[in-house]
Write a protein that binds this ligand. Sequence first.
Ligand SMILES: C[S@@+](CC[C@H](N)C(=O)[O-])C[C@H]1O[C@@H](n2cnc3c(N)ncnc32)[C@H](O)[C@@H]1O
Length: 303
Amino acid sequence: MLAWSERVLPNLRAVWDKVEFSVYDAHFYESQDIIEDMDFIPLLRNQTRILWPIEKETLKRHGLARGMKIADICCGCGDVPLLICREFEPGFMLGVDHSEAAVEYARNLQTEFSVRNAEFQRGDATALLLGDDTFDFVTCRLSLQIFSQPEQILKELVRIAKPGGRVYVTGEDYDLIVGNPEDDLISKTYDRASVYGDQMGMDLRNGKKLYGVLSQARLEDIRAEHIVVDTGNTDRAAFAQVIESWRYFSVFTIGNQLHLNQADQDSLLAGYDAHLRTIRNPHGYTTWVMVAASGRKPLRQQA
Ligand SMILES: C[S@@+](CC[C@H](N)C(=O)[O-])C[C@H]1O[C@@H](n2cnc3c(N)ncnc32)[C@H](O)[C@@H]1O
């Protein structure tokens, strides 16, 4: 293989140390096509805009502090790890994601943020090329929900955490989204969206399961809480932008993959529109609730 390459590219040996080799598995998990697409990045960024002011306080309650060596696994387009760098001044931050588009975006964003002590790598969360017992704080946010076997990733998160370090995970839970007025339509819409999510291999009700997932991984001092974004603590226009991204993603991106018929698409659209009306109604109240959970890796491995 190398001999053939050298014939085709005669200068290959001279530049070999600058050559990067990467393998991209395009059929890795069910929703990969749509999650690892460039078009998914604005949705993530819209979410972060309203989530970060709340989640940075959550992270403090789960033990994130200055100077730590942190890994954010399934880091997406990088804005959260970079915001963590600004807010918490870690010793080092490593972001890992499987998506080529996301990692490239994160590297550019790092330049924009002028953050030095961070690095973004492509990698597989179920088989990380990182040493055992390396990080003080390991995060994996809003990602276990897209895998059919989140325990596999959790095993890796625990492996790379230092003994005494913490593993922090968050997850969507569409059962916890409520709104008024138009209560029924809003609840039914997220019910339906999670059924479509299931059909794409995504568990959009996994938030409530995270405590159990950490406890089965034998972590200690498990802390779990809701992260509540609502019309009381968040700018309504920015909240509406998130729901607009979800509306498009759910009705068109997922809808097309699942070949939803026109009537089902229209009824899903009507539901998201009801949610948007509630957000924009100055008398309306609604939530986007996730679950955050973390646990400490035991100092001594249990038998
Ligand atoms: C829903 S996004 C969440 C991204 C980010 N944590 C956030 O909250 O903005 C899930 C991310 O998991 C990444 N991902 C999926 N499978 C992965 C794997 N096996 N290893 C690493 N990253 C993976 C996707 O590329 C995507 O960026």
